[in-house]
Design a binder for this molecule. Structure first.
Ligand code: FAD
Length: 408
């Protein structure tokens, strides 16, 4: 191990969208910022790439026009179509028009480069240790030795299984349920699903999260479920269902299927993790995930807030954690509102008009949809989130925010 220790203001772990947003703020403010990424850049990221209007605005305002290389075909998405076991389907357009269909390998790389920060790819975060006011961060370059850095602040923007989060809260992964989401790519024989929309099934027999959409001449069939089940069986079940019920005729899946673990849940029950001392957790690592698994917009916004909190703490010599928690509460409100049944019933927390689409259906279909949604929600009964969601929803009404007491 090299004895020479370089000192920087901030180390960001992960080179994704939360990291890019944080890095942009920090670099613009003149703080020496180093991003470390374990993979070689540009790196693949499993994602449908459907960006919300708010995420789209963030990218345009902060990084400029999205380059064509950073888009999949079809290059844009009009909105979301929900499908129900009773065979009612309803499409909802995004507010403000279509949004880009991001190719994460290139969109993330573009944003990371545009942040202006220094990037070390193929460099993994191994661990860190507090030394006075600083963190000594140990990294390892692929095939090389360990390299240590001294950093005033560390940001964990390292995704759902966040090694930075585990370094400060080793027990956290055991405190939440974990899901597996996997997708396979199929050559299309005939697909009646409108390729301008992202398709999602509220169907308890298909799984906790079932989706399909077109990408680069292929049809993606994806399925999410509690960790432990067999991906190939689950996927085959969904593919058969799409053929039988929707007339989707696909060739056998390509060989390059993929999947990963997801920390779905913390944003539903307001159990975010924001870090400790001079270490901030942000993006999906901290639990941000919007309805239908849209995580890019909240990754971007929370990442930017992490960067701003460090700037504020530096300029005004303030304690970082209370500052970050105060500043991030707006993003918590935004994200958790999407899951809040009272907000869904009486406000419009989403970026497409679900109530209007529901009211456009004949009354008998409306009843079917509400019944099917209730049955779908019951699939999550085993996690006992219902009571927690209601308690947090009432607290939101009473205090105008979600209580920070539940955050780590
Ligand atoms: C199948 C699937 C489909 C999805 N579809 C959508 C969608 O259509 N729209 C949407 O908005 N969201 C979608 N999401 C969610 C979205 O991808 C995430 O919420 C978002 O990417 C989170 O961004 P992030 O910056 O927080 O972290 P991530 O994108 O998870 O990035 C974390 C980065 O950290 C790096 N890293 C991890 N460990 C280390 C380490 N030890 N050292 C260094 N680097 C490390 C990783 O390599 C990665 O580059 C989907 C997710 C999945 C799994």
């Amino acid at each position: 191990m090299s004895n020479e220790i370089r000192s920087v203001d901030v180390i960001i772990v992960g080179a994704s969208l939360a990291a890019a947003a944080a890095a942009k703020r920090l670099h613009d403010a003149g703080l020496e910022t180093l991003i470390i990424e374990k993979r070689e850049l540009p790196r693949h990221k499993i994602c449908s790439g459907i960006l919300s209007p708010r995420g789209h605005r963030f990218l345009l305002e902060n990084f400029g026009p999205i380059p064509p290389q950073a888009l999949h075909d079809p290059t844009s998405c009009r909105g979301v179509t929900f499908h129900f076991p009773s065979m009612v389907s309803m499409s909802m357009d995004f507010f403000g028009g279509t949004t880009p269909h991001l190719h994460r390998k290139y969109s993330d790389y573009w944003a990371i480069q545009a942040s202006g920060a220094e990037v070390h790819d193929q460099t993994s975060f191994i661990g860190m240790k507090q030394q006075g006011d600083d963190q000594i961060v140990t990294t390892r370059k692929k095939g090389g030795d360990e390299v240590r850095f001294k950093s005033r602040y560390v940001i964990g923007a390292d995704g759902p299984s966040s090694p930075v989060l585990r370094a400060i809260y080793p027990d956290y992964p055991q405190q939440i349920p974990w899901f597996f989401v996997g997708q396979k790519f199929h050559e299309i024989i005939d697909c009646p699903l409108d390729e301008e929309y992202f398709h999602f099934w509220f169907h308890p027999q298909l799984g906790h999260y079932t989706w399909s959409h077109a990408r680069d001449g292929r049809q993606i069939v994806g399925v999410g479920f509690k960790r432990g089940d067999n991906f190939h069986d689950r996927h085959q079940h969904v593919a058969n269902y799409l053929q039988d019920k929707h007339g989707v005729r696909l060739k056998s899946a390509d060989v390059d299927h993929e999947g990963c673990a997801e920390n779905f849940g913390p944003s539903l029950i307001n159990r975010y993790v924001f870090g400790k001392d001079n270490v901030l957790i942000t993006g999906q690592a901290s639990g941000f995930l919007n309805m239908i698994g849209e995580g890019m917009s909240c990754a971007l916004h929370s990442g930017a807030i992490a960067g701003e909190a460090i700037i504020e703490a530096t300029i005004h010599n303030r304690d970082l954690q209370p500052l970050y928690r105060e500043m991030i509460s707006t993003e918590v409100r935004r994200t958790s509102d999407q899951w809040n049944p009272l907000k869904i019933a009486f406000a419009r927390p989403h970026e497409a008009d679900f109530p209007a689409a529901l009211m456009a259906l004949p009354i008998k279909d409306r009843i079917k949809v509400l019944r099917d949604m209730w049955r779908f929600v019951c699939l999550y009964k085993e996690f006992k989130w219902g009571r927690e969601i209601m308690r947090e929803s009432l607290a939101r009404i009473k205090h105008g925010r979600y209580p920070g007491i539940r955050w780590q």
